[in-house]
Write a protein that binds this ligand. Structure first.
Ligand code: DWN
Ligand code: SAH
Length: 400
């Protein structure tokens, strides 16, 4: 990132491509890599040490669909309103979204008649976006595609991205693209998981192939300055267990809000640049692994039925780091048709349709989509009323 020395923080072992759900005949040709992250002593950026090549991850059949969560739908509706009311006020203003997926955010702006373009290499997700009226370019956003978009659509007043910028190891190409495409007074707004929350709550499953960088405000501030931009505002948002919305502009074009210095100070007090903070996390996740495997083993031996709830990307890290297979969790239910009927990466736990959850209800559900806990627990009251219990594992293993 900044050419500073990177020191290894945590090694989560041999891991698969987290969204490569397999047909049974594909298990022998699965791709694995060593999932280890380190922290830069100079700029505090947390990053992977051995990247998984991008083409293995974001293939045309990438199965994640953002709109499978009602909570995310309302979050991105709010984002669309915010951008339209505060920035996209001119009739011809263009907004470009990097990683638009199934159009969860842009469909609101499209419906409001705002000039827009989504950019996403996932052809399946892009087709879903197009079906809801969103214009998408099936492509990676980088300097090349940005230059082509500039030629056809003109400059963008707003570039937005959620949970994607951190996924691009060669992040300089994204910022060079932004530099080409953004108007002189435009803003680049991106949201991503917050490393402080990951460390604080031992959300170790937020570390997987796609999350190449784990951002802190201090590390993003240093990164954007190096790439010729200025971080002008930051805001904590509760998405995915704790995220930050970063607003970046051309240097001097916008006032720098006090929020940036405030969060950088908070991070220093928290010890975000210190190695000891991260070592604590390592000890905590070893404890989670021991406790979770012990609990699942005891439940199995006592004849209790346990199912996984939500075939998340995160669950690849949990199951493969802990060594949890179909012997402990016979299947995972998930509402995403693209994942159903397949095996989970690495651990090879069958993914079954949502209807399998209540047919009949299990005794325990391992909540792998814990970031949607409020929404899911509200939806699954009947499961609890008839005696079912949830198993959560971060920051510590517990039954609720
Ligand atoms: O950063 C990323 C985020 C935005 O999405 C990507 N790198 C990949 C992906 O991460 P994830 O797979 O961990 O995301 P979610 O949103 O936690 O995935 C939830 C999963 O659970 C989906 O497969 C849908 C499923 N689900 C369900 O079966 N029933 C979700 C809800 C809310 C439900 O009620
Ligand atoms: N923004 C959505 C989707 C996040 S998942 C949300 O927050 O829910 C990450 C998305 O980024 C995937 O749809 C993936 O195909 C896309 N992606 C990955 N690398 C990209 C790149 N270089 N340019 C544009 N999109 C990319």
């Amino acid at each position: 990132m900044c050419a500073g020395p990177v020191r290894e923080w945590v090694d989560l072992g041999r891991q698969p491509v987290s969204n490569a759900f397999l047909m049974p005949e594909e298990v022998d040709s699965e791709t694995f890599f060593r999932l280890a992250v380190g922290i830069c002593a100079d700029c505090t950026m947390v990053q992977q040490l051995e990247p998984m090549p991008t083409d293995n991850m974001f293939r045309p059949d990438y199965p994640y669909r953002s709109s499978t969560s009602a909570g995310l739908c309302s979050h991105f509706e709010e984002v669309a309103h915010l951008l339209r009311d505060t920035e996209l006020t001119g009739v011809d203003d263009l907004v470009v979204e990097i990683g638009s997926n199934d159009g969860i955010m842009l469909r609101r702006l499209s419906a409001a008649g705002v000039r827009h373009l989504g950019v996403d290499p996932s052809a399946g997700a892009a087709a879903a976006a197009a079906a809801s009226g969103v214009r998408v370019r099936v492509d990676f956003f980088d300097e090349r595609s940005a230059a082509e978009i500039l030629a056809t659509d003109g400059p963008a007043k707003v570039i937005f991205s959620a949970n994607t910028v951190s996924h691009v190891a060669d992040i300089d190409t994204v910022f060079r693209g932004v530099d080409r495409l953004l108007t002189a007074d435009g803003i680049f707004v991106f949201e991503d998981r917050y490393v402080s929350d990951i460390v604080e709550y031992a959300y170790f499953d937020q570390i997987y192939d796609e999350h190449f960088y784990l951002f802190a405000v201090r590390s993003v501030d240093a990164m954007v300055a190096r790439l010729g931009f200025e971080l002008v505002d930051v805001e904590r948002i509760p998405i995915h267990g704790g995220s930050v919305r970063y607003t970046v502009a051309r240097p001097g074009s916008r006032e720098r809000r006090p929020s940036v210095a405030r969060m950088v100070d908070e991070e220093a007090r928290y010890g975000i640049g210190e190695h000891e903070t991260y070592l604590r996390f390592g000890r905590q996740i070893e404890r989670i692994r021991t406790d979770l495997v012990a609990l699942l083993t005891d439940l199995r031996d006592a004849g209790r039925r346990v199912v996984g709830y939500g075939a998340t990307s995160k669950s690849a890290t949990v199951t493969n780091y802990c060594g949890i297979g179909p012997d402990l969790v016979p299947f995972i239910c998930d509402t995403t048709p693209e994942k159903q009927g397949r095996l989970s990466p690495g651990a090879h736990i069958p993914v079954r349709p949502y209807a399998a959850f209540s047919d009949p209800y299990p005794d325990y559900a391992l909540l792998l989509a814990w970031n949607h806990a409020e929404e899911i627990m509200a939806k699954e009251r009947q499961f609890v009323e008839q005696g079912g219990r949830w198993i959560l594992y971060a920051p510590h293993v517990r039954i609720v």
